[in-house]
Design a protein around this ligand. Structure first.
Ligand SMILES: [Zn+2]
Length: 86
């Protein structure tokens, strides 16, 4: 089983960044933010049994790239939610 660690890290960053925004935080928007962030980033695969090595990617420039992609995506979805705002 292969696992894209960037997916986990994007999800973590969205959880970290989202409370600072007054945007819609529904499951649909979160998924859009995640998809958009992941499309900006290169996947980084590890074998599932080596998942603990995820920590190896913390504090690297990868972490910074992920944060930037998440912030850009959150701001875009905030202004362009893909559903009607009530
Ligand atoms: Zn929403």
């Amino acid at each position: 089983m292969l696992h894209n660690v960037v997916e986990d890290l994007v999800e973590e960053w969205i959880e970290k960044v989202l409370p600072q925004y007054t945007c819609c935080k529904c499951a649909k928007c979160r998924l859009d933010m995640m998809a958009m962030s992941l499309n900006k980033l290169k996947p980084h695969y590890v074998v599932a049994r080596d998942l603990f090595s995820k920590t190896r990617y913390l504090n690297t420039s990868l972490q910074n790239d992920i944060m930037m992609a998440v912030v850009t995506s959150v701001e875009f979805i905030k202004d362009h939610p893909r559903h009607d705002t009530e």
